[in-house]
Design a binder for this molecule. Structure first.
Ligand SMILES: NC(=O)c1ccc[n+]([C@@H]2O[C@H](COP(=O)([O-])OP(=O)(O)OC[C@H]3O[C@@H](n4cnc5c(N)ncnc54)[C@H](O)[C@@H]3O)[C@@H](O)[C@H]2O)c1
Length: 265
């Protein structure tokens, strides 16, 4: 077991990547605090873990609000006695250029995706210092390391997560705290529906188009990201910090023309 007896706190764990990671972390022996702004989805994930014989509790949190994030961290420590792994994963997006993005949309995306990561780190790191170490994983995106059309606010937030994670890794390495970001390509989760950015059920149509944008010719699965996160959170990854790890079927490897659209040789 990769995470035996570790205590992990995962935000956005009521759905998608966070949910799959919570389930995987629990299978690897971690005690998991499942956090989400949609309390019912968080308790559903925790119940699923417990039904499978794992250990989990849930907490509702809006990661945009510092006092709520502080409470979430404290509840985790109260419930499980410590905090070894913080996985700042909650995220939302608005598919618009900067010209079309309203100030409210900018604030929503940047506050959930970037300010939420700031608050998580701010309130978890002092506990990790007290304990003599810890691991922070922040979900960024392929859009945090490559230009992607139509994602103005999201790109800004995710690029911020990538570089902030590197700085945190440097600031707290002497306290044995590792900090990394992960940069997924398109992963088949309900994120579009959860953000009300596409009509219900339209994700399948989007995924049919995006698969081929990845050199491996398909989108990713949330369980694949959960497996990466479990490894990065474990002592097996003890010499890895300050990196942005792509999990994107080759999307960020370089210029790529999908089949049928290759440049003439
Ligand atoms: N799915 C993809 O293609 C993809 C690609 C790259 C990066 N990501 C990132 O992965 C992370 C997880 O996304 P997902 O695809 O699993 O989406 P998802 O919608 O399935 O899960 C995101 C979760 O975050 C929660 N959330 C939203 N606002 C919140 C808030 N204010 N406070 C607390 N929780 C909140 C939602 O309720 C939801 O359960 C996000 O950061 C997303 O930006 C996703």
């Amino acid at each position: 077991m990769l995470l035996k007896d570790k205590v992990a706190l995962i935000t956005g764990a009521g759905s998608g990547i966070g949910r799959a990671s919570a389930i995987r972390f629990a299978k690897e022996g971690a005690k998991v605090m499942v956090a989400d702004v949609r309390a019912e989805t968080a308790s559903n994930t925790a119940a699923e873990i417990e039904k499978a014989g794992g250990v989990a509790k849930s907490v509702s949190v809006d990661v945009r609000v510092g006092a709520e994030v502080e409470r979430m961290v404290n509840e985790t420590i109260r419930a499980f006695g410590r905090l070894d792994i913080l996985f700042n994963n909650a995220g939302v997006f608005v598919p618009k250029t900067v010209v079309d993005t309203s100030e409210e949309e900018w604030d929503w995306v940047v506050d959930v995706c970037l300010k939420g990561v700031f608050f998580g780190c701010k309130y978890a790191i002092p506990q990790m210092i007290k304990q003599g170490g810890g691991v922070i994983i922040n979900t960024a995106s392929g859009a945090g390391i490559e230009g992607v059309p139509n994602l103005g606010a999201y790109q800004a937030a995710k690029g911020g997560v990538v570089i902030m994670s590197k700085g945190i890794a440097l600031d707290f390495a002497r306290h044995k705290i590792r900090c990394v970001s992960i940069c997924p390509g398109v992963i088949e989760t309900p994120i579009a529906e959860n953000c009300n950015t596409v009509p219900a059920g339209a994700s399948q149509l989007v995924w049919a188009r995006t698969g081929n944008a990845h050199p491996l010719g398909r989108n990713g699965k949330p369980e694949e990201v959960g497996a990466l996160a479990a490894f990065l959170a474990s002592d097996e990854a003890g010499f890895i910090t300050g990196v942005a790890v792509p999990i994107d079927g080759g999307f960020s490897a370089g210029a790529f023309a999908p089949p049928g659209r290759e440049r003439p040789s």
